[in-house]
Ligand binder design. Structure first.
Ligand SMILES: *Cc1c(COP(=O)(O)O)cnc(C)c1O
Length: 393
């Protein structure tokens, strides 16, 4: 793991001009001296200096050999799945990101790739799901939205013993808090749209590999399939990464305060935050990560969609939106938003209750966020009462 100083100085000063910010090389091609003789760049899908700077920084940040940048987190996941072939199987975390679930089941299953979903917080369940055809283990920790924690080092051992690749979607933790490659993973992916970008102003994905060989394979698919990150978005993402350490630290501090407040609130049934000793993954999270992240989920005593809707439409600073990891606090109601396509019974079994609300805690003053939640609890109780009164009449 590189230090913050090393990270900041890994962002190169432009050798041509001395520009201290990485220039945006907005070009499609590069002039060659003679066929095959160039300055390291020939065509901008294959390589681009702005993107190359980003890819070098992210490899360093995750402690990997090779970084590759894609046009979205899903494009990054897609590139990893292309390492597989017909007949291969995947063992994946059961409350996987919805878009990854759709990609696995609606796209790759069609090409003969089978996925087994298991509760990866139970390491034995991962071991039990392995078959001779298993070629990839897919993990998220913490998960969305119940923030389940799985043991990266233990699962890495299972992957090694069974000669399958092990990929961790490290979006929720960010490399600031957790470095899966150091714990034995082969591949890390990011939706850089979230904490790495950090300003809710771009869509981007990253793949980082433990080895050069695996990195070369991913780079082949990046060029062959073409879902590259643009020079401008590469620049924006570098700019985001420059402050990711500071931002994540503050996201964690605010989230801890809010989780503790919610745990004591009379209208709250249950709080999901790995930083709370009451969370089943607390000890493991404390061991394998440097912090507990900026996402907090909770359910209401009144476990109905109406009560949750009243709450999520009553906040001021917390804006109702999908996504997470930005400067501004966001909240969402998974049952009617991100997890709407999952049948209600399946969704509830996975712990996504009707009233579950997910907060992406931003960088505002914690006291202002607490006041905002306080007002929302009061106001939503009022709205909810009015509505039920209206029904009764
Ligand atoms: C958002 C997200 C993705 C998908 O990333 P996009 O940039 O939206 O394509 C994948 N995994 C996790 C955990 C996410 O939160």
């Amino acid at each position: 793991m590189s230090t913050i100083t090393e990270l900041i100085h890994a962002i190169p000063v432009d050798p041509q001009t001395g520009a201290i910010a990485v220039p945006i090389y907005q070009t499609s091609t590069f002039v060659q001296e003679a066929p095959g003789i160039n300055k390291g760049y020939d065509y901008a899908r294959s390589n681009n200096p702005t993107r190359a700077a980003l890819e070098k920084i992210i490899a360093q940040l995750e402690g990997g050999a090779v970084g590759t940048a894609f046009s979205s987190g899903l494009a990054a996941i897609d590139a990893v799945l292309k390492l597989l072939k017909y007949g291969d199987e995947i063992v994946a975390v059961d409350d996987i990101y919805g878009g990854a679930f759709r990609l696995f089941n609606k796209v790759y299953e069609k090409f003969g790739i089978k996925v087994h979903y298991v509760d990866t917080a139970d390491t034995q369940a991962v071991f039990n799901a392995i078959t001779p055809a298993t070629k990839l283990i897919w993990l998220e920790t913490p998960t969305n939205p119940t923030l389940k924690i799985s043991d990266i080092a233990a699962i890495a051992k299972i992957a090694k013993a069974n000669r399958c690749l092990f990929c961790v979607d490290n979006t929720f933790a960010s490399p600031v808090l957790q470095q899966p490659l150091a714990l034995g993973a082969d591949i890390v992916i990011h939706s850089a749209t979230k904490y790495l970008g950090g300003h809710s102003d771009l869509i981007a994905g990253l793949v980082i590999t433990q080895t050069q060989e695996l990195g070369n394979e991913i780079r082949f698919y990046q060029n062959a399939c073409g879902a590259i990150l643009s020079p401008f978005d590469s620049f924006l993402l570098i700019r985001g990464i420059e402050t990711v350490h500071l931002r994540v630290k503050q996201h964690c501090a605010n989230a801890q305060i809010i989780a503790e407040y919610l745990e004591k609130h009379p209208a709250v049934e249950r709080v999901y935050y790995p930083g709370l000793p009451s969370h089943p993954g607390h000890a493991l999270a404390a061991r394998q990560a440097k912090g507990f992240g900026g996402i907090v989920s909770f359910t209401l005593k009144t476990d109905t969609e109406e009560a949750a809707t009243a709450f999520v439409t009553s906040t001021g600073y917390f804006k109702l939106a999908e996504s997470l990891g930005g400067i501004k606090s966001l909240l969402c109601h998974p049952a009617s938003m991100t997890h709407k396509s999952i049948p209600a019974a399946t969704r509830r079994t996975a712990g996504v209750a009707d009233s579950l609300i997910r907060l992406s805690v931003g960088l505002e003053e914690a006291s202002d966020l607490l006041a905002d939640l306080d007002r929302a609890f009061e106001k939503s109780a009022l709205i909810y009462q009015e509505k039920s009164t209206a029904v009764n009449v």
